[in-house]
Design a protein around this ligand. Sequence first.
Ligand SMILES: Nc1ncnc2c1ncn2[C@@H]1O[C@H](COP(=O)(O)OP(=O)(O)OP(=O)(O)O)[C@@H](O)[C@H]1O
Ligand SMILES: [Mg+2]
Length: 283
Amino acid sequence: MGALISVENVVFEYVGSQGQQVRALDSVSLEVGQGEFVAIIGHNGSGKSTLAKHLNGLLVPVSGRVIVGGKCTSNPDDIWSIRQTVGMVFQNPDNQLVATTVEDDVAFGPENLGVPPDEIAERVRAALSAVGLEGLELRSPGRLSGGQKQRVAIAGVLSMKPECIVLDEPTAMLDPIGRREVLDTVRRLSQQEGKAVVLVTHFMEEAAVADRVVVMANGRIEMAGPPQEVFARADRLRELDLDVPVAAFIASELRKRGVDVPYSVLTVDELANYVNSKVPSMH
Ligand SMILES: Nc1ncnc2c1ncn2[C@@H]1O[C@H](COP(=O)(O)OP(=O)(O)OP(=O)(O)O)[C@@H](O)[C@H]1O
Ligand SMILES: [Mg+2]
């Protein structure tokens, strides 16, 4: 897998309210491969959103650099093309929807790119199908559920045909059903649409389904690896004020009591399958 995005020794500082420098990223390096699903977790203020905004040039480093598809985000001439390669979805769906119908909303990006009408129609159809919202084309986005709104926002990014979608806590404002809808959609982007996905989340269950989990603390990458490895370090995560997924916690408690639950068990579904395989007599 070639690197689609390469973050190299990035330092970023905000100017604080007293004019002081606030270092939000401190020598961060990270690669996102084509089609890879990366989750970013970390406590409040650890730098997750600041890092996410570097991935498509919404912010540019004070030092170090970010390369997207061979282009540097610090070069203003390349920003337009970088924004098409890497799309962003934010926490609050209400701030991201602009039009009076779902289809117009999803068409907005390609219209601005000057894509011909026939192709726009096809892109809108494909994007709404990818997020499972066929049939809602003429609805008003304002009247949809939170999960549906967020899926419209994702479709709006998809219609730009990006290679990567960055989502910054897209489920934080949703109820459990909306959260599930959006997470299922994100997984589909990765597995069926072949998109690279960077998901910033504070829900460990969401991070557990990624290919790789990146843990941030104080503007640095504290650890990174497959979810099984990262969530096996429950004690270190607790020191960073982070949890492990509930199913991983139950699995580790079972292991302490001598039940040999594999470390690959991280989600409730996986735990249920494991229990089922061990206790067939319960049926
Ligand atoms: N606009 C800003 N001006 C000044 N400081 C900022 C600004 N935005 C963020 N910061 C600071 O930069 C650091 C990193 O913030 P960032 O928003 O990237 O963290 P985060 O991990 O996304 O947090 P959260 O979980 O709360 O979303 C924090 O110390 C924060 O206070
Ligand atoms: Mg944030």
